[in-house]
Design a protein around this ligand. Structure first.
Ligand code: ADP
Ligand code: MG
Length: 329
């Protein structure tokens, strides 16, 4: 052990023992019976609820740039994992973290733990265990959430005629990729670039909207790989197609200012936004429209019985779309 390093067990308790501990609507009657420190964590399964589980692995240089600050990595890794719970309409409860680290640099660990804790408190999710190993920087997070029995939103329920909706502007995180080197230079960035960087480094999983939608939406997914690629998953699972309307695709002021020519293509095909894409029977729209959580939602098209994706262009012409998005292999 070098002077500035910490041994494995004090590392775990110092940086990971309390992440998200005081947070949550469940703080009083938490489903977490036992957290970090034993051979297993223990969770109580509440009656009338089902457990939603999801795991995500993030590899340095693949899912985030090598240069990312420890703080942003801590925040972002949890935000993107929790987004899967938002897509199901689940309430976050707890997560485990398998962390592979090249070294145990206390400055890095402090920043990572701070970002992770900020996200854990914001999303009301507690770190209940994990694994720590040495190797190239890689993170796996398994998130656990709860949903009332039978209420989780799946990809498979979309019906022809349903409205296709998204929870906010698209393409911002993709537009940020050209500016990631400005991550920590607050002075040299314009407000538009700052906004785009924030969308990339601190995605905001749509948890409250997801819970609202589970009574109404016929299908939902979070957009991690791009609108078309992710909607295609709904289309396949539901055996439907989709017709999008170009003028209705929501674009932020920032993306229009910074990347005007490629804004639409980023909105359709770039990933990392972690907005929700969901399908809604038209008659539900009236019940949702007044809700503040629905303010940022845009209706962008309609589910079709015919397979495949099409786009009505601004000039009224119709174009057949090839699903393109982030390909993992
Ligand atoms: P075991 O050998 O029994 O698997 P470990 O020595 O790997 O236990 O871990 C000891 C305790 O610390 C366990 O409760 C485990 O869940 C927790 N832990 C290990 N690494 C992490 C981490 N990165 N984040 C949170 N908890 C962790
Ligand atoms: Mg053990």
């Amino acid at each position: 052990m070098t002077r500035n390093s910490v041994d494995e067990f004090s590392l775990i308790s110092r940086y990971f023992g309390d992440v998200g501990r005081v947070s949550g609507v469940f703080a009083e009657n938490s489903p977490v019976i036992l957290g970090v420190g034993d051979d297993c964590a223990i969770l109580r399964s509440p009656p009338d609820q089902e457990i939603c589980l999801s795991i995500d692995t993030l590899v340095s240089g693949v899912h985030f740039p090598h240069s990312i600050s420890a703080y942003h990595l801590g925040y972002r890794c949890l935000a993107v994992s929790v987004s899967d719970l938002a897509a199901m309409g689940a309430q976050p409860v707890a997560f485990t973290l398998a962390l592979t680290l090249p070294d145990n640099d206390p400055v890095w660990l402090e920043g990572f733990s701070r970002g992770l804790s900020e996200a854990a408190n914001q999303f009301a999710i507690r770190l209940i265990g994990g694994d720590t190993t040495r190797g190239p920087l890689t993170l796996s997070l398994q998130v656990h959430g709860l949903v009332p029995t039978g209420m989780a939103m799946r990809r498979s329920g979309a019906r022809p005629g349903d409205l296709i909706c998204v929870s906010g502007p698209l393409g911002d995180a993709g537009a940020a990729l050209d500016f990631l080197h400005l991550e920590n230079s607050t002075e040299s960035t314009t407000p538009a670039i700052h906004y785009l960087l924030d969308r990339y480094f601190k995605p905001q999983p749509r948890l409250a909207l997801g819970r609202l939608l589970r009574e109404f939406a016929s299908a939902a997914i979070d957009i991690s790989d791009g609108l078309l690629a992710d909607f295609q998953h709904i289309a396949e699972a539901s055996q439907v197609g989709g017709v999008f309307n170009e003028v209705l695709i929501p674009l932020s002021t920032a993306i229009k200012a910074v990347a005007a020519e490629k804004a639409l293509s980023l909105a359709l095909s770039a990933g990392d936004d972690y907005e929700l894409c969901f399908c809604l029977p038209e008659e539900s729209l009236g019940q949702l429209e007044g809700d503040p959580l629905f303010d940022s939602v845009a209706v962008i098209g309609r589910v079709s019985a015919e397979a495949g994706l099409r786009m009505i262009r601004t000039d009224g012409s119709e174009q057949v779309l090839a699903p393109v998005g982030y390909q993992h292999f």
